[in-house]
Design a binder for this molecule. Structure first.
Ligand code: AMP
Length: 498
């Protein structure tokens, strides 16, 4: 079932309550979250009695023009979304927020992440007569809310949040309130801030709170939701069955370096990962350290500092080209790497280089960059990855949902080193990563979700389970077998324990 790509979304959500410029501020907030999704964006706003919305495909500036934004100007409350979509799922019908007008109320809703039981929920809903207009999980959430027998919207929301599984944040707007909810593991983040005039904002990342000059108030934790209305702010739990497991990939790749997740600044964490990586896998004989712009620059500075090597700008990124993953096909992705990066020949020529990247997923980026540096005259290129081997798919909303596309699911570091043409290759250990992030919460993996590195899925697998096990590669199986917690008493892979 998880071959049905396109349901995985790593997006950005934003919401604001009670500001005369709510739509414009939402636009600004979304702009600062643009790195989380570039294929579509939307805003739903309210003047306290009716809800209206604008949305479109592409970057925020393409999706919502000034004219459209002007339609929303007199409204005081708003939610917004930037969308990351994968192939086959790029139509306007999937762009959020969705705006529903019912006989008794209107609701705007958007989400970030992936619901791992959405397929089965949807099937059951359809069998029961529900009609879907999009392939987005967001619609499932709205159907659940409307089918609830609860008297109040908030109770219906709570009920629905207990039915959906996975890694997600949800933002909802009604004429009476703004809601923001976080999955029972807090895999995907949501933060709350307050503006000087008393307006509240919620956002996937704190950078969207900072950009408005608002003050950070708190993170919404595992299994919690926040309600903001004219009476103020309230944070409630919708379940007691929670275990904090914040996505390590937020720190490694997704979030902006100026964001802080659960008290840990993303740049500082990445820098620390680079330092740990240098301690674990030093690159002897190197002349300089180079980072792959932009997400690996922090880690590269940490690596350089810890190894007493100069940090150099050996690669330059064209800042006007969007992230490579955003290209839906492998061919376009490969082209994308060339358009996006170039080597600084005079800097790298004849030098032994440590190349730091945040992760290797398919191996496309590293292979291209090693070749690019060698073509520019680099002598040796030692690749250091500031995260562990990405061996297992993720179903919690980071668009890496099949084992087949993961180079580390099938190849050893030695084989990957050959494949990408590097002179050496090492990864940060799982322990090194956990230490570098330093959440130190007294739960498995110290409060992190590291499923892609360990095959340990804190929110379970649900609709993806059958295919996941059917498609495990020999290398993945060997890894799981070496980790006893995945064995049942008979010594078989223990499905239930994961
Ligand atoms: P690849 O070229 O497939 O090996 O992907 C690795 C590159 O993509 C790295 O340079 C990362 O910065 C970036 N990356 C890693 N994980 C993701 C993800 N889930 N979505 C988009 N980009 C990613």
């Amino acid at each position: 079932m998880y071959e049905i790509k396109g349901l995985n979304e790593e997006c950005g959500v934003f919401g604001i309550w009670n500001h005369p410029e709510s739509a414009r501020l939402t636009y600004m907030g979304l702009l600062s979250l643009q790195h989380r999704g570039q294929e579509g964006a939307g805003i739903v706003s309210s003047n306290g009695s009716r809800l209206q919305g604008e949305k479109g495909l592409g970057l925020l500036s393409e999706a919502i023009t000034d004219v459209e934004l002007n339609h929303l100007t007199d409204d005081q409350h708003a939610i917004g979304h930037v969308r990351y979509a994968t192939s086959g799922n790029k139509g306007i019908e999937n762009i959020q927020p969705f705006l529903y007008h019912f006989y008794d109320m209107s609701v705007g809703v958007c989400h970030n992440g992936n619901l791992i039981n959405a397929q089965s929920l949807r099937r059951n809903l359809e069998k029961d007569g529900a009609i879907f207009h999009s392939s987005s999980d967001t619609e499932v959430i709205m159907h659940l809310i409307r089918r609830s027998k609860a008297d109040h919207f908030e109770d219906a929301l709570k009920e629905s949040l207990n039915i959906i599984k996975g890694g997600f944040t949800v933002a909802l707007l009604t004429k009476d309130a703004l809601y923001g909810a976080v999955d029972p593991n807090a895999i995907r983040p949501l933060a709350v801030g307050r503006m000087q005039n008393g307006a509240y904002v919620i956002a996937s990342e704190t950078c969207a709170i900072d950009v408005l000059g608002a003050e950070f108030i708190q993170d919404i934790h595992a299994g919690e939701y926040v309600v903001i209305n004219d009476e103020g702010i309230r944070v409630e739990s919708y379940t007691q069955e929670t275990t904090t497991a914040i996505s390590a990939m937020e720190y490694i790749y997704f979030a902006r370096p100026d964001s802080t997740i659960s008290g840990k600044n993303v740049h500082a964490v990445r820098k620390e990962s680079g330092k740990k990586l240098a301690q674990e896998s030093p690159a002897l004989n190197a002349d300089m350290v180079i980072g792959v712009p932009n997400s690996s620059l922090s880690a590269a500075t940490g690596f350089a500092e810890a190894s007493n090597l100069p940090y150099e700008m050996g690669l330059v990124k064209n800042q006007y080209v969007a992230r490579t993953f955003i290209q839906p096909t492998q061919e376009l992705r490969e082209q994308g790497v060339r358009d996006k990066l170039s080597a600084v020949k005079d800097i790298v020529h004849d030098k032994n280089i440590v190349l730091v990247d945040d992760s290797i997923v398919r191996g496309t980026t590293s292979k291209r960059i090693v070749k690019m540096l060698k073509d520019a005259g680099a002598n040796e290129v030692h690749v250091r990855i500031a995260s562990p081997e990405f061996m297992f798919p993720s179903f919690y909303g980071i668009d890496v949902s099949t084992s087949a596309e993961l180079i580390s699911a099938n190849k050893s570091p030695e084989e990957i080193k050959e494949y990408i043409g590097a002179d050496s290759l090492s990864y940060l250990s799982v322990e090194g990563l956990i230490d570098a992030i330093g959440l130190n919460i007294d739960v498995p993996y110290k409060g992190l979700c590291v499923e892609s590195f360990t095959g340990d899925y804190p929110a379970g697998l649900y609709d993806y389970e059958e295919n996941y096990y059917a498609n495990l590669s020999p290398r993945q199986k060997d890894y799981l077998k070496a980790n006893k917690q995945f064995f049942d008493r008979e010594g078989n892979l223990n499905v239930k324990s994961i």
